[in-house]
Design a protein around this ligand. Structure first.
Ligand code: ACO
Length: 329
């Protein structure tokens, strides 16, 4: 049994925050942001939009493309660090809104979350336990971003991407994967307050500890070290090499990181999908959003071999070697 992507969807908030807008908020410049990150604008949730709002929209699109009813779903997995509540899981809110009746739960591997979710879906589907699993990556990082910290506020955006992983007898889908984590340095990228170690207090809100805290250059070095190796591991499990990839869809965190990974894998720019200029880093949503846009732009066709790789807080990493099988017209 193979695990094929049969549905895909995305949703981003309508409000756009440009680099020019940020120039009015912090001491930065469009030139610095574009040259250091590749980002020109990002979408920011409205006060009444949350992770579930975006996740539900992306999920409905994915169901429609897969030509499935919500009741056809056997499981809903939502990867997020910015769920609507600490509990219950955002996946449960999505389940109710869709009218599905399957198990639903959240997982958390930061920017690698959607890859982790896809591997879980692959396990359930190829073991014969589930027929259709909805995997959503969604993030509303703007709600935990310090808008006075120029080192982080220029990087992140909000959005959701969804995929339906279905059992299939046709060769394709997820053919190889790898997952990893190294928890030795959580403070390189974390939200210090708001969990059980440092519950929210007036003091830690005032000291901005309830916002994303990041050692940017450490994360940058980790990402450039890890992405190429992780991608090669997943490809090797599928008996493929980087030369077989038709389209590389990496995590969209920084254009320079994407370029370093592409160079390491010897992939020319035309085989690399980049949309970071429009969305910034949407964390767990970045790869499924990129996948949707790649399909919409005709860059993914039945038979296309795709490589997806992500890294994130934890620190975590993961990669998928995929062969696309769904009709795209
Ligand atoms: N505008 C202008 N100047 C800035 C800005 C800004 N927005 N941000 C930082 N600077 C300054 C710094 O203060 C520093 O100034 P100094 O030399 O006077 O001290 C200078 O620019 C260089 O700073 P660096 O941090 O060395 O810049 P770098 O080239 O490393 O780029 C960046 C910083 C973009 C954050 C980069 O390190 C990066 O992308 N890291 C990876 C981050 C990432 O991907 N995080 C997400 C992980 S996924 C997840 O799980 C959410």
């Amino acid at each position: 049994m193979y695990s094929a992507i049969t549905g895909w969807g995305m949703s981003v908030p309508s409000r756009i925050l440009t680099n020019a807008d940020l120039e009015r908020i912090v001491d930065t410049s469009d030139e610095w942001i574009v040259s250091r990150t590749g980002i020109r604008e990002r979408h920011i949730a409205a006060p009444d939009e949350s992770a579930s709002t975006l996740a539900i929209r992306a999920a409905r699109q994915a169901l429609e493309r897969a030509d499935l009813m919500p009741t056809d779903l056997d499981m809903i997995i939502v990867a997020t660090v910015t769920g609507d509540y600490t509990f219950p899981a955002t996946a449960c809110l999505v389940q109710d809104a869709l009218g599905a009746s399957c198990p639903a739960f959240d997982i958390q591997a930061a920017c690698t979350g959607w890859i982790y979710g896809m591997v879980m879906a692959h396990q359930f589907v190829t073991s014969g336990t589930a027929q259709n699993v909805l995997v959503i990556g969604v993030e509303v990082l703007s709600k935990i971003t310090d808008m006075s910290d120029r080192a982080t506020c220029v990087l992140f955006g909000d959005g959701a991407g969804a995929a339906i992983v279905s059992a299939s007898e046709t060769l394709g889908g997820i053919l190889g994967w790898t997952l990893g984590a190294d928890g030795a340095r959580p403070e390189q990228l974390y939200r210090p307050a708001g969990g059980s170690r440092n519950p929210l207090t007036r003091e830690n809100i005032a000291t901005h500890d309830a916002y994303i805290n990041m050692m940017g250059s450490e994360v940058f070095k980790f990402a450039t070290r890890t992405m190429g190796t992780a991608m090669e591991e997943a490809l090797a499990k599928a008996n493929l090499t980087a030369h077989d990839i038709d389209l590389f869809i990496p995590h969209q965190a920084n254009l320079r990181i994407i370029e370093a990974a592409s160079k390491r894998l010897e992939l020319p720019p035309e085989k690399v999908f980049v949309n970071i200029e429009k969305y910034g880093n949407t964390s767990a949503a970045a790869i499924p959003i990129a996948l949707c846009e790649a399909v919409e732009q005709g860059r993914v066709k039945p038979g296309s071999k795709l490589g997806c790789v992500a890294f994130g807080a934890g620190l975590t990493w993961g990669a998928l070697a995929l062969q696309w099988t769904a009709p795209v017209d």
